[in-house]
Design a protein around this ligand. Sequence first.
Ligand SMILES: Cc1cc2nc3c(=O)[nH]c(=O)nc-3n(C[C@H](O)[C@H](O)[C@H](O)COP(=O)(O)O)c2cc1C
Length: 221
Amino acid sequence: MMTVKDAIKNRFSVRAFTDQKVPKDVISNIINLAKCAPSGVNSQPWKVYVLLDEKKELLSKDVINLFDNGQTEENEYLIYPKDRPDWYKERQRAVGYGLYKALGIERDDIAGRLNQIKQNFNFFGAPVGMFITVDRSVGPNGWGHVGHFIQNICLAAIEEGMGTCLQEAWAEFPETVKKHIKHSDDEIVWCGISLGYPDLNHPVNKFRTGRESLEVFTEFL
Ligand SMILES: Cc1cc2nc3c(=O)[nH]c(=O)nc-3n(C[C@H](O)[C@H](O)[C@H](O)COP(=O)(O)O)c2cc1C
């Protein structure tokens, strides 16, 4: 019997998946569980778009084509802070270092690094691609409410024996994503989610991130 603690502890960003398909009712179960997330005034300012099979492949093809040609699109929100403080840079560097090390990609292997970034747009080989949008009318606290929902998707997936990778990388190509998912002008695409059964033999899935100790970010007053 899986506990909440198990699910939280077992979750990690999965960046390689098996070919095993995910039945639609299992995806619906995950979303139905995730929607129990709290949100201010029960506003539920999220929407979900699920892409399978050809729909998913067509989007990947379009975005990978843009990526390969070095084409960019105007981002709808600031994905990374403009002036990154040192603590942010350090943690970002550590995660990149660990990820590329697990994959055997050397520091100066720019092509190898770009290729790994590109895997985002193939949903890391996952059978299910999702997009989460936030209603434009809500401010930063509303984005936080959608965050609860997103975390619930990740935990509900663990309960089903699956894994996820959240992907703000998709926010780099909002126009092309919109052409495929056709969300309303009232919504902003926050992130994509790769969902499926983790390929636990793949080296990328051996990589785990650390966390700061409680004293670094908690004060008991
Ligand atoms: C909103 C959000 C967006 C993310 N976007 C990406 C992404 O585009 N590509 C990626 O490989 N990982 C992405 N990640 C995963 C983070 O790098 C990861 O959560 C973090 O390094 C901690 O590792 P863990 O999830 O394995 O515990 C994202 C995470 C979050 C919460």
